[in-house]
Design a protein around this ligand. Structure first.
Ligand SMILES: [Zn+2]
Length: 370
């Protein structure tokens, strides 16, 4: 007897399937499963099911003052089964974050901030003494199941007078730690974006890729994507949305799409304030924004499941396949008018709303509560 049988779930491509779950794993996905189950979830060919949504840029260490949130508020309660904290903590405080995060029902992972106390202050990379390679290496080794990447915030308010140096150190830390992914936050200069991108390699992740700042990927004078940004994209540097309070602009994302440049992964950069007061609110709203500018639902689902799982090497996650973890999101897509606003106060009206209903983590069902 299996633990949970999901009946008649609609995949985003329209196919209807049954899914069998046992011991926290997906054991079968096919047109019809008739085996007996302790629990049956009937979706009536109306509700969608996908691999569990993964938000790869959040802030969820609740003990911080600047950027903090509670894992389950942005996780299972929002239909999100896995979240990756993007460098809220560094080598000194990530151990405590790990202990706190273990209590959550949501799967929580973290990128290690190269600054040893993480984002305790806005300018965590202004003092190079805070970048301790040995401490970083120890943390990555000690918490190898928790730390899935390294984070460096490379923008004016963060780096002080240090220019590109913190990024060079971040690359060094990455090289000494099995080349786990490096996520770089971009924003206002210094450093100039072309310099930042020149240090990145294939598989590195640029978050806030569609920010509306003059140091972003769009040449605002001629309304085209800057050639060096296109080169970086074509080289295999991963573009991640990282919406945030100040880092998502509809127009930049639209021009990029028109020029064939798409985000690989969609993420929120959510924390308490931009969740409760906007403009982020929740993961589904960020997905609606990508849809209203022209991404199909099918590719959006891929960009919140398989893509982040691959980018951060989360084995057994991101796919609805036999042998994968039983992390799933149940949702509907309905015709409904909704006003969407980006980080710069620009609006778009969508007619399609994506509504998560349940998050299933390791076979356990949690009701969405948005
Ligand atoms: Zn962030």
């Amino acid at each position: 007897m299996i633990d949970l049988l999901i009946k008649n779930g609609k995949l985003i491509n329209g196919t209807v399937v049954d899914i069998a779950i046992e011991n926290g794993k997906i054991v079968d996905v096919k047109e019809s499963i008739t085996e007996e189950a302790s629990d049956v979830l009937e979706l009536n060919k109306k509700q969608y099911v996908s691999a569990g949504w993964i938000d790869d840029h959040v802030h969820c260490y609740e003990k911080m003052d600047l950027y903090y949130d509670y894992p389950d508020e942005i996780g299972v309660k929002a239909g999100v089964t896995s979240i990756i904290d993007a460098g809220t903590t560094g080598a000194e405080n990530i151990y405590d974050f790990y202990e706190t995060a273990k209590e959550a029902r949501t799967n929580v992972y973290a990128m290690l901030n190269i600054s040893k106390w993480g984002i305790v202050e806005q300018d965590e990379l202004a003092d190079l003494e805070k970048i301790q390679e040995k401490l970083a290496k120890k943390a990555v080794e000690d918490l190898s199941d928790f730390i899935v990447g390294i984070k460096a915030r490379m923008s004016k308010t963060v780096i002080g007078d240090n220019g590109i140096t913190p990024l060079k150190l971040a690359k060094k830390i990455q090289e000494e730690n099995k080349h786990i992914p490096l996520m770089v936050h971009i924003g206002s200069a210094p450093p100039e974006l072309d310099e930042t991108l020149s240090y990145l390699s294939k598989g590195d992740i640029v978050t806030h890729c569609f920010n509306g700042k003059s140091n972003g990927i769009l040449d605002q004078g001629i309304n085209k994507i800057k050639p060096f940004a296109r080169d970086a994209y074509e080289k295999g540097i991963i573009f991640d949305v990282g919406h945030g309070t100040a880092s998502f602009n509809f127009h930049v994302a639209e021009v990029a799409l028109k020029e064939g440049i798409k985000a690989s992964s969609i993420s929120t950069d959510i924390y308490y304030t931009n969740r409760t007061e906007g403009p982020v609110y929740d993961f589904a709203t960020t997905m609606e924004k990508m849809h209203v500018i022209g991404y199909s639902w099918e590719e959006i689902i891929e960009k919140v499941t398989a893509a982040p799982a691959a980018n951060f090497r989360l084995e057994n996650k991101g796919q609805l396949k036999k042998g994968y973890d039983a992390d799933l999101t149940i949702f509907t897509i309905e015709e409904k008018e909704k006003d969407l606003v980006d980080s710069d106060g620009n609006h778009r009206q969508t007619k399609e709303k994506i509504q998560p209903l349940k998050a299933i983590v390791g076979g356990n069902i949690y009701e969405v509560d948005l």
